[in-house]
Write a protein that binds this ligand. Structure first.
Ligand SMILES: NC(=O)c1ccc[n+]([C@@H]2O[C@H](COP(=O)([O-])OP(=O)(O)OC[C@H]3O[C@@H](n4cnc5c(N)ncnc54)[C@H](OP(=O)(O)O)[C@@H]3O)[C@@H](O)[C@H]2O)c1
Length: 198
C-alpha cells in the first residue's frame, strides 16, 4: 500500500524503512523534502520518495502522523480531505483533563479513520523487532474495523503482533502506557519490548 509518513524523523524514518522493505510504497514527507536527512531516508528505502506534507497527504490512503504531539492536531487541521483515510497516531500528548491526543486528532479530522498505534515503545525497540531480533506485542486502538485490519498488517510488517485493545477511547490508556515504557527504559534500557503471552 502507499503510506505517507508525515514527519520523517526518528519514528517516521524507522517505520518507513521497515515498510519499504516489505514492499510498501513510502512517501517520506517533510516541511522541507529537499533536506539531506529526508533525501537520505528515501534513497535508503526501497521504492520510497520524498514529498511535501500536502503531496503525501493527497497521494496516500494511509498516513503516519510522526510529528511532535503538541503540533499534531494543528497540523491535521491544515490538511484538507481526510475522509476515508487511515490516520495512524503514534503521538503521546495527554491533555490536562486526561483525554488523548488521538481523540483530539479525530475531532480535527472527523472523516479520517484514526488508529492509535506505535506509541508505546521507543524506536530502539521497534528497530529490534523490525530486524527480526525480538518479538513483541503492539496494542492498537480504533473504531473502524477495516482501518484496524490495515494497521494490524502494518504492525505485522515491522515484526510485531497487533493487539486491538478497543475503540479510540482506549487511546488514553495507551498514551499512559508509553509513560510506563519510558520510566522502565531507564533501568531496562531502550530496547525492551512489551509482549503479551496468552
Ligand atoms: N522516538 C521514539 O522512540 C518514539 C516512539 C513512539 C512514539 N513517538 C512519537 O512519535 C512522534 C515523532 O517522534 P520522533 O522521535 O520521530 O521525533 P523527531 O525525530 O523529532 O521527528 C519529528 C518530525 O516531525 C516534523 N515536525 C516537527 N515540527 C513540525 C511541525 N510544526 N509541522 C510539521 N512537521 C513537524 C519534523 O520534520 P521536518 O522538520 O522534516 O518537517 C521532524 O522530523 C512524537 O509524537 C513522539 O512522541 C516517538
Amino acid at each position: 500500500m502507499r503510506i505517507g509518513v508525515i514527519g520523517s524523523g526518528r519514528l517516521g524514518g524507522t517505520l518507513g524503512q521497515a515498510w519499504g522493505a516489505m514492499d510498501h510504497e513510502v512517501l517520506f514527507a517533510s516541511r522541507d523534502p529537499t533536506q539531506g536527512s529526508v533525501v537520505d531516508l528515501a534513497v535508503a528505502t526501497r521504492g520510497a520518495r520524498t514529498a511535501t506534507l500536502e503531496e503525501a497527504h493527497a497521494a496516500s490512503d494511509v498516513l503516519l502522523l510522526a510529528v511532535p504531539g503538541n503540533v499534531a492536531e494543528m497540523l491535521v487541521r491544515t490538511l484538507d480531505g481526510w475522509t476515508g483515510k487511515v490516520l495512524i497516531d503514534p503521538t503521546n500528548h495527554l491533555a490536562p483533563d486526561g483525554s488523548s491526543n488521538a481523540e483530539a486528532i479525530q475531532r480535527a479530522a472527523p472523516g479520517a479513520r484514526v488508529v492509535k498505534a506505535f506509541n508505546v515503545m521507543g524506536v530502539e525497540a521497534l528497530e529490534r523487532a523490525a530486524t527480526g531480533n525480538a518479538t513483541g506485542t503492539m496494542p492498537i486502538a480504533g473504531n473502524d474495523d477495516e482501518a484496524i485490519a490495515i494497521v494490524s498488517r502494518l504492525v505485522n510488517d515491522v515484526g510485531l503482533t497487533p493487539l486491538h485493545v478497543g475503540g479510540l477511547a482506549m487511546a488514553t490508556s495507551l498514551e499512559q502506557l508509553s509513560s510506563v515504557w519510558i520510566a522502565w527504559s531507564r533501568t531496562l534500557g531502550r530496547r525492551f519490548l512489551w509482549d503479551v503471552v496468552r
